[in-house]
Design a protein around this ligand. Sequence first.
Ligand SMILES: [Zn+2]
Length: 177
Amino acid sequence: MFVDLAIGMVVYTATSYCTGHSFNLLFFIIGLKFAFFPDLDFVPFILLRRRYNLASHHFIHFPLVLPTLGAAFWFFVTGGWYFPAMFFFGTMGHLIHDSFSHGGIRWLWPFSNEHYTFAGWRVAKAVRRKEIIERLTASASHRSAIDEFLMRWEHPTAGSIAFLLTALAFLIIFISS
Ligand SMILES: [Zn+2]
């Protein structure tokens, strides 16, 4: 959450600076939303999890597909590079961040269903994923929608707060320049 917020701020600031845009509150909010966009799949997950016995909401967490298709959509709609670039880097930043979880994400989908996780600079197959999904599926009926959300809540760490404050500093410098 804090990391995605910081990613949204950095991507908005960097893209606006590089393309000569000055601060615009609406565009800023859109830029932040892009960094959270992949988690929109949490909505169908919450609605359908009981019916289909789902344990993961990663239905659109596909780095080869989502950032490029979304960027192409925004290019088609706006005819410029500003929103496509913000969408591409915002969603890609989110997916890279998610890759540090033990469950990993499907980096090569649609070519492979394998989940990959990042450990420092290493990329590894998410070997613990099967075990995690089995545990989550077994206990799914005991969890409410709020439990599902709280379970995924990332507690702020010194690192994520420092990242957020740095992103905020860049944003303030950008707005006041
Ligand atoms: Zn996510």
